[in-house]
Design a protein around this ligand. Structure first.
Ligand SMILES: Nc1ncnc2c1ncn2[C@@H]1O[C@H](COP(=O)(O)OP(=O)(O)OP(=O)(O)O)[C@@H](O)[C@H]1O
Ligand SMILES: [Mg+2]
Length: 341
């Protein structure tokens, strides 16, 4: 239960971090409440990891203020550290030891005595549903199991706030859903979570509150559905039976909407934001008819989070580079924003 007087989970006010000539965080403003999963999104170099490291008290701000559960990360760093767990810091899992032994060792490093470490490890194994693999040597773990063990290592200190910087990068879909399940299990036990991700689907699945940052500043924030509604445009979505007609369909979409058309993963769908709504849909249908192009399906739908993100930040503009997809070489707007850069 959260009393009305409890402070925000995270409160950033004009937060600024510089690394030499690079301004990684440029007056970041953000508030997250306890009990919600916060996802920070943004292109490569946006400042996500820097923000997580500030929350973890590993990077000292050059300006502004950052409070975690009411504690200032500079003046009350020790209190902040007591509240948080950072996954990825225990990547040095000992391969010849079992998962359980690794967790017990980490718990000992956190200051638990022998039997208390055993209990802490058992509780984490239960929490993350690692029982089936806990007594196997970690050398044989799959990527997803290994990542869950990393999560577990950050949990033996029973943090109130868990920081996950790209928890599923590099995992296949099965590994990713294993980690999602583990994160949901943690949320159910009342652990607050701050995560960064390049997978918009992941943010959509897990987060209650999204913050999109770019160049060290917040450019959009809100619950996933609000962000989807916020760009105020629907998407024309055309499914084709034959890939041969894709360039022609894309040209028509780009002509009518005056924006880039995108080839969706799978290669059988082309989409474009439609600022003109149903009128533009009718125009596209008309032109497809004139050109005798048969399509399987065509319609107007709400944008996905990927499309919101691309509209907010521009396609693949990590490190300042901006690449708008041209008709002859359609850019696949896959789930990983990173892949577009
Ligand atoms: N220790 C450092 N020294 C110098 N520059 C740094 C350092 N850490 C981060 N930066 C710079 O600060 C900016 C923000 O980096 P950060 O790692 O926070 O981005 P990010 O959003 O996590 O990116 P990615 O999606 O690639 O992980 C980048 O320009 C980066 O090069
Ligand atoms: Mg990062």
């Amino acid at each position: 239960m959260t009393s009305p007087a409890s402070p925000p989970l995270i409160e950033a006010d004009e937060l600024t971090v510089r690394f030499g000539a690079v301004t990684a965080l440029d007056g970041l403003e953000l508030t997250a409440q306890p009990g919600e999963v916060l996802a920070v999104l943004g292109p490569n170099g946006a400042g996500k990891t820097t923000f997580v490291r500030c929350v973890a008290t590993l990077v000292r701000p050059d300006g502004g203020r950052l409070r975690v559960r009411g504690h200032d990360v500079v003046r009350e760093a020790a209190s902040v550290r007591r509240d948080i767990g950072l996954a990825g810091q225990f990547a040095a899992v000992e391969p010849s030891m079992t998962g359980r032994e690794n967790l017990e060792m980490t718990a000992r490093l956190f200051g638990h005595g022998r039997s208390s470490a055993r209990r802490a490890a058992a509780s984490v194994i239960d929490q993350l549903r690692l029982a089936d693999v806990a007594d196997r040597r970690t050398v044989g773990y799959s990527g997803g199991q290994r990542r869950r063990l990393d999560l577990g290592a950050s949990l033996v200190g029973s943090p109130r706030l868990l920081l996950l910087d790209e928890p599923t990068t590099g995992l296949d879909p099965a590994g990713r859903s294993e980690v999602w399940e583990a994160v949901r299990a943690l949320v159910a036990t009342g652990t607050d979570i701050l995560l960064t991700t390049h997978y918009l689907e992941e943010a959509d699945e897990l987060a209650d509150h999204l913050v999109v940052i770019d160049h060290g500043r917040v450019i959009a924030a809100g619950p996933p559905n609000e962000l989807k509604a916020s760009i105020g445009q629907d998407v024309i979505d055309v499914a084709v039976g034959s890939r041969a007609v894709i360039p022609a369909v894309a040209r028509i979409l780009e002509h009518v909407t005056a924006g880039p058309a995108r080839l969706q993963p799978g290669g059988q769908r082309v989409t474009a934001l439609a600022p003109g709504g149903p009128g533009q849909l009718a125009a596209v249908i008309g032109r497809l008819g004139e050109a005798s192009i048969a399509v399987d399906e065509i319609g107007l739908r709400r944008p996905s989070l990927d499309e919101v993100f691309l509209a907010l930040t521009g396609a693949g503009h990590g490190d300042g580079e901006r690449t708008e997809p041209a008709v002859p070489s359609l850019t696949a707007a896959g789930p990983a924003v990173r892949s577009a850069s």
